[in-house]
Design a protein around this ligand. Structure first.
Ligand code: UT7
Length: 347
C-alpha cells in the first residue's frame, strides 16, 4: 500500500475578545441586519493589542499535538498571510515555543487557501519520506491589517488558528489524504492585496503613506471567483479520488460568506446542509478558516469516523485548492468543547 499522510490530531484556538455586529455598528456606518443578511456573520474574535499570529498558532498547535497524543513531529508548516514579522518566517518560532526546536519549519503564503496548500506540502514531504509526522497550522491575526475605517472588510474578517497533525500511514486508513487539487490565477492578484510593505514599494521609495498599507478586497469580483473556483476545484478532486458528489458527507469550505457556501453547494448538487458552517461565530479567519470549521464540526459531533469529507478553499493570489479524506477517529481535548461553547455564545 502506498505511503500516505494520515490526519491524527486536530486543534483550534480563537482569541477571547468577541466583536459583535452591534458593536461594529457603534463605530462604523453598518448594521447587524446588513452584515447578517449579506454574509451570515454574527460575530468575530479579534486579538488584543500585542497578540500576534504566532500566539494563536502555538495555542492551536499545542491542542492538536495533545489531540494526536504526541509531543514529537519533525516538520511544522504554518499557513499565514499575517506573519509576526516580514522576515523571518513565523513557523520556526512556533516550533520552538512548542518544544519542537530543530525540526524543519517554514511558512506557506496562499492567503485563505493557505491551509490546503500547507496540508498538501506536508503530505508530500511525508509521502517521500522527508518527515514521519507533521504539524500543519493555519493562523491569521487579520484584524491587524484591516483599515479601521473600512466597514466591508471589518465586517467580514476575524482572527484565529486551527491545526492538524499528520503521520505516515497508508491510503486505506481513515484520515488518509487521498487527493489534492491546487491552482492559481496571478492575473487577478489585485483583487485581494496589501499594496505596501513589500519589495515593490520599498524599491520604489517614498513613504508608506503614499502606498496603501491596509488590506483591500474587491468584494464582488472575489465573490464570483470564489464560487467558480471552489466549485471547479471540488469537482476536480472528486473526479481524482473517484467519488461522486452524492457520496460526499461533508464539504468543509473556506468560511467567507454563507451566500458563497450555498452557491458552491448548489453548483455541485450538494444539499446546503452538507456544508459545514461556523462563519456566523468566527467570520472569515483566512488561513485558519478550514481547520477551525473542521474542528467545530468535529467537536459538535457532526463529523463521524469513516465519512467522506472534502476540504476546499479560495483566496488571494488568486489561489484555490481542495483535498479529500475519510474522517478518522480523532480525540479532541476537553478545552476544545469549552472553546466551542464560547463560540456559540449568543451575541
Ligand atoms: O476570504 C477570501 C475570499 N473573500 C471572499 O470570498 C469575500 C467575497 N465577497 C463578499 O463576500 C461580498 O462581496 C461582500 C460581503 C464583501 C460585500 O457584499 P456585496 O453584497 O457584494 O456588497 P457590495 O460590495 O456590492 O456593496 C453593496 C452596498 C454598497 O453600497 P452602495 O454602493 O450600494 O451604496 C456598499 O458600500 O453595500 C455597502 N456595504 C455595506 N453596507 C453596510 C459594504 N459593506 C457594508 C457594510 N455595512 N459592512
Amino acid at each position: 500500500m502506498t505511503r500516505s499522510a494520515v490526519v491524527c490530531g486536530l486543534g483550534a484556538y480563537v482569541p477571547p475578545r468577541v466583536v459583535t455586529n452591534a458593536s461594529l455598528a457603534e463605530v462604523l456606518d453598518t448594521s447587524d441586519e446588513w452584515i447578517r443578511s449579506r454574509t451570515g456573520i454574527r460575530q468575530r474574535h479579534v486579538v488584543d493589542p500585542g497578540v500576534a499570529t504566532s500566539d494563536l498558532a502555538v495555542d492551536a498547535g499545542r491542542r492538536a499535538l495533545a489531540s494526536a497524543g504526541t509531543d514529537q513531529v519533525d516538520l511544522v508548516v504554518l499557513a499565514t498571510s499575517t506573519p509576526d514579522h516580514p522576515c523571518p518566517a513565523t513557523a520556526p518560532e512556533v516550533a520552538d515555543r512548542l518544544g519542537l526546536a530543530g525540526v524543519a519549519a517554514f511558512d506557506v503564503g496562499a492567503v485563505c487557501t493557505g491551509f490546503v496548500y500547507a496540508l498538501a506540502t506536508a503530505a508530500g514531504l511525508i509521502a517521500i519520506g522527508v518527515a514521519e509526522r507533521a504539524l500543519v497550522v493555519g493562523a491569521d491575526a487579520f484584524s491587524t491589517i484591516l483599515d479601521p475605517a473600512d466597514r466591508t472588510t471589518r465586517a467580514i474578517f476575524g482572527d484565529g488558528a486551527g491545526a492538524v497533525v499528520l503521520r505516515a500511514g497508508s491510503a486505506d486508513e481513515p484520515g488518509a489524504l487521498l487527493g489534492f487539487d491546487l491552482g492559481s490565477d496571478g492575473q487577478h492578484a489585485d483583487l485581494i492585496t496589501v499594496p505596501a510593505g513589500g519589495s515593490r514599494q520599498r524599491s520604489a521609495g517614498g513613504s508608506v503613506d503614499e502606498w496603501a498599507q491596509y488590506f483591500t478586497m474587491q468584494g464582488k469580483a472575489v465573490f464570483f471567483n470564489a464560487v467558480l473556483r471552489m466549485s471547479e476545484s471540488t469537482a476536480t478532486v472528486l473526479r481524482d479520488v473517484g467519488w461522486t458528489p452524492d457520496e460526499v458527507d461533508w464539504l468543509v469550505a473556506h468560511q467567507a460568506n454563507v451566500r458563497i457556501l450555498h452557491a458552491v453547494a448548489d453548483q455541485l448538487g450538494l444539499d446546503r446542509g452538507q456544508v459545514v458552517l461556523n462563519l456566523d461565530r468566527v467570520g472569515n479567519t483566512v488561513a485558519a478558516s478550514i481547520p477551525l470549521a473542521l474542528h467545530d464540526a468535529a467537536a459538535a459531533g457532526d463529523l463521524v469516523p469513516g465519512q467522506r469529507i472534502v476540504l476546499t478553499g479560495f483566496g488571494g493570489g488568486l489561489t484555490w485548492g481542495s483535498a479529500a479524506l475519510r474522517w478518522p477517529a480523532v480525540r479532541l481535548e476537553p478545552a476544545h468543547h469549552a472553546n466551542l461553547t464560547h463560540l456559540t455564545t449568543k451575541d
